[in-house]
Design a protein around this ligand. Structure first.
Ligand code: MLT
Length: 404
């Protein structure tokens, strides 16, 4: 008899983004002529840059030719792309990386999930709350979260982000084996400084723990004092795995390309994690699309980076406008300076989903309800800077009308 690995009900709630879509569809099916402004999911709106697009087209064209045609690629990723990524990091991190530590993927989400499959048993895991839902869901689906008691899983320590700690929670004072950290943070748009990250790194080294560091929003950092990578912190190469993505920088959410850095000398599991991850990838993955990788190689050229950094500035202008407008309306806002998200307290203590429904129905704006990122996100909503300039400014006019 087949028995599922997980009790579906133990996943505490429906997955956030499909649930938002379901509610929006319900509304638009009743009012099909209403224009909806999307400041919800962090989904890019700027087209692929010329340099990246040319490289992908050229690669497809070349594949029409018998000589240039290529079958399976390297499951670990193109050696050229891995070398470019290594050079990219080695310009600013503390200890140089080796190519063997860089694994190309089809995006951060799958890697964040798959990294969980490396571990099992009664480990103690710490996850920021609020946080990107994939961390906790992957712990649950892989059987590592323990039993659900109320709103909490027994093997998870929740690192509560709140206004008092500017959503950068301190180290918990209990033993932890595995941390999930995300900076710049999704959903709160806040950052951690070097000293805060150093505390985590020092603890992880001392306790042979691992930090899974989600750095996918690092491209948005404007303040040069904020670390772009955990590997800027001395010793992080002994304890941290970093996950990256080109979705937001290169407008690749549907093209798919990311990477994960798994250092060779992680102290946990007697330094074997790099070898286990390599084996896992070789066994379960035939590599990221070679076309996406051709685009990524072009992205790392001078021109490619210049073109794509314009996307970041574009989204950050939207984000700053969102923050300024919402503050002008008397709302309490966080983040938004080094990340494309503004985290906002709902007015009059409204619950997140109630506010989502009100904003949708009255102003026709999609926001992301804070509680979708965990219980401590209730009473907040998130607005994203990823829409177009025109849509963002029209949506904000609607918000101004609503609040006045
Ligand atoms: C978000 O809105 O939090 C992100 O776009 C979701 C994602 O990157 O999967």
């Amino acid at each position: 008899m087949l028995t599922p690995n997980i009790n579906y009900k133990s996943l505490s709630q429906s997955y956030l983004f499909p649930e938002m879509k379901r509610r929006v569809n319900l509304f638009t099916s009743k009012y099909p002529n209403i224009h909806i402004y999307n400041l919800g999911e962090g989904d890019t709106t700027q087209p692929i840059s010329q340099t990246v697009a040319n490289a992908m087209v050229a690669h497809v064209e070349a594949m029409k030719n018998k000589k240039a045609f290529m079958g399976y690629g390297d499951p670990l990723g193109s050696i050229n792309l891995r070398a470019l990524i290594k050079d990219f990091y080695n310009d600013f991190i503390n200890k140089p990386l080796d190519i063997s530590e860089i694994f190309i993927s089809d995006g951060a989400k799958a890697d964040l999930f798959n990294l969980q499959t490396l571990f099992q048993g009664k480990m103690k895991v710490a996850v920021q709350s609020p946080s990107y839902p994939v961390y906790i869901d992957s712990l649950v689906i892989n059987g590592n979260a323990g039993r659900l008691k109320g709103h909490s899983y027994e093997n998870i320590t929740y690192l509560i982000g709140n206004p008092e700690n500017n959503f950068s929670p301190p180290l918990p004072n209990k033993k932890i084996d595995l941390f999930y950290l995300c900076y710049p943070n999704n959903p709160t748009g806040t950052t951690a400084n070097r000293e805060q990250l150093k505390e985590y790194v020092d603890y992880a080294i001392e306790n042979k723990a691992i930090i899974i560091y989600d750095a996918v929003y690092s491209w948005f950092i404007q303040d040069s004092k904020i670390p772009q990578s955990i590997y800027e912190i001395p010793g992080a190469n002994k304890c941290a795995i970093e996950v990256q993505s080109l979705s937001k920088l290169a407008s690749f959410p549907s093209i798919r390309l990311g990477w994960t850095v798994v250092p060779n000398n992680l102290l946990a599991v007697k330094g074997q994690i790099n070898a286990i991850w390599k084996r896992r990838q070789q066994t379960s993955f035939n590599g990221a699309s070679i076309i996406s990788q051709a685009g990524a190689i072009a992205l790392f050229s001078k021109q490619g980076l210049e073109e794509n950094k314009k996307h970041i500035l574009y989204y950050m202008e939207n984000t700053l406008l969102i923050k300024k407008t919402c503050q002008g309306l008397g709302l309490t806002c966080y983040g938004g300076e080094n990340a494309p998200y503004v985290w906002i307290k709902t007015p009059n203590g409204m619950g997140s989903w109630d506010f989502f429904e009100m904003l949708l129905k009255k102003s026709h704006i999609i926001c992301t309800p804070g509680v979708g990122f965990g219980e401590s996100g209730d009473g907040f909503f998130r607005l994203s800077g990823f829409s177009t300039k025109e849509e963002t400014s029209e949506a904000l006019k609607e918000m101004v009308k609503l609040f006045s």
